[in-house]
Design a protein around this ligand. Structure first.
Ligand code: MG
Length: 394
């Protein structure tokens, strides 16, 4: 039996993870759950799996959660209730967990994921920000502890599959596919006026709000370029991006002999989640086979780097190295939050990130402290710029 803790259990990846684990009765024991503000869903999950430890957003949420469960007759004594960042770390480090599925959004996932690695737990990683911020430290820790980081992100999961049995010198390049997001065909002059609702309408994947906006700006692909750099040890010039609106080819690897391997499948996150949880084995999946004859076409297009500036900003941060990717990530989180909640114009997102990156003097990303310091600096700077920036037109 595999013993799993889930960070971010009430999000899109977390709920899909529980769908996967519950489809194999007796194969998984869910040791810990860390959810956020959705207390009712977290209560349902706790009732269903009976974790040893459960963490929620803050103390108030934890008390409310326990009250809901008490009213439902759930035996509270079997679960330890914790909260906040420390609570999430308790879930990540529970001694009985051997695998931690890390699916918290944003920088909040960094420390708990690092602590879990340090405790020698295998990581099924959906939180790409962790590698964007501190890829060098995380990969080094995984090597030191002899544990695996298996990507859940569909593109990296695809590449991981294509690279089974391959050696690093055999790789010519990685090709990350991108759906292109909801504004793939939106003219540049209209992008400044797109609304929150339009940006949240992703054509192929149903995901959380932050990652959906990142998909609309192509920053998601930019973050994924950095993620691929750390996971697979290839240089920035060996990671390419191809827009592929059908999202059927989840990514590809080109080898030095010109052969290209691609991983294809349904656009359903249960497939990469299951792969990450069962690796190195492959278990049967209840999803129907991909029907080739119903695919209208498979297209590949060059990304428009002029309309979607975030992609090149990510390459720039990766090449600058050190604390630059952490700064890129922090500025992006602040700008996306301002777009979602304070009416910031859509095209102000790349402008703010560019300004913050331009003002940053990168330092060596040699410790989590140095990275978190750069993160805090970038958040403050981006916050000031977002407050002064033009609003969107809605
Ligand atoms: Mg992805």
């Amino acid at each position: 039996m595999k013993h799993v803790s889930i960070l971010g259990s009430t999000g899109s990846i977390g709920t899909n993870t529980l769908r996967v684990t519950s489809s194999f009765p007796g194969a998984f024991r869910i040791v810990g759950l860390a959810g956020g503000r959705n207390i009712c869903l977290l209560a349902d999950q706790i009732e269903a799996v009976g974790p040893l430890v459960a963490s929620s957003f803050d103390e108030g949420a934890s008390l409310e959660l326990q009250e809901i469960l008490r009213r439902r007759g759930y035996p509270l004594s079997g679960t330890r209730f914790v909260h906040g960042q420390e609570g999430m770390t308790d879930v990540a480090c529970h001694p009985e967990a051997t695998t931690v599925l890390s699916a918290v959004t944003g920088a909040a996932g960094l420390l708990p994921t690092y602590r879990a690695l340090d405790q020698g737990k295998n990581i099924a990683l959906a939180n790409k920000e962790t590698l964007v911020m501190a890829g060098g430290i995380m990969m080094e820790k995984a090597r030191e502890r002899g544990v695996e980081i298996i990507p859940v992100d569909s593109e990296h999961n695809a590449i991981h599959q294509c690279l089974r049995g391959a050696r690093r010198p055999e790789i010519r390049r990685l090709i990350l596919t991108a759906s292109g997001g909801p504004f793939r065909q939106t003219p540049k002059e209209k992008l400044a006026r797109v609304t929150r609702e339009e940006a949240l309408h992703h054509p192929t994947w149903r995901m959380g709000e932050k990652i959906t906006i990142d998909s609309a700006t192509l920053m998601n692909k930019g973050l994924e370029v950095i993620e691929a750099f750390w996971l697979f040890g290839v240089g920035p010039d060996s990671v390419d991006v191809a827009v592929h609106p059908q999202s059927i080819v989840h990514s590809m690897v080109e080898f030095v002999d010109g052969s290209i391997l691609a991983q294809l499948g349904q656009t359903d996150m249960r497939i990469p989640i299951q792969y990450a949880l069962t690796y190195p084995e492959r278990w049967p999946c209840p999803l129907p086979s991909l029907d080739f004859f119903r695919l209208s076409k498979i297209e590949f297009l060059e990304p428009d780097r002029d309309r979607f500036r975030c992609l090149d900003l990510a390459y720039k941060a990766l090449r600058a190295g050190g604390t630059s990717p952490a700064v890129l990530n922090a500025a992006n989180e602040v700008a996306v939050d301002a777009f979602l909640n304070r009416g910031l114009g859509f095209q102000e997102i790349p402008s703010i990130i560019a300004s913050v990156l331009g003002a940053h003097l990168p330092e060596e990303a040699s410790s989590l402290e140095a990275i978190l310091k750069a993160d805090a600096w970038a958040r403050e700077k981006a916050g000031e710029l977002a407050a002064a920036a033009p609003r969107g037109s809605y």
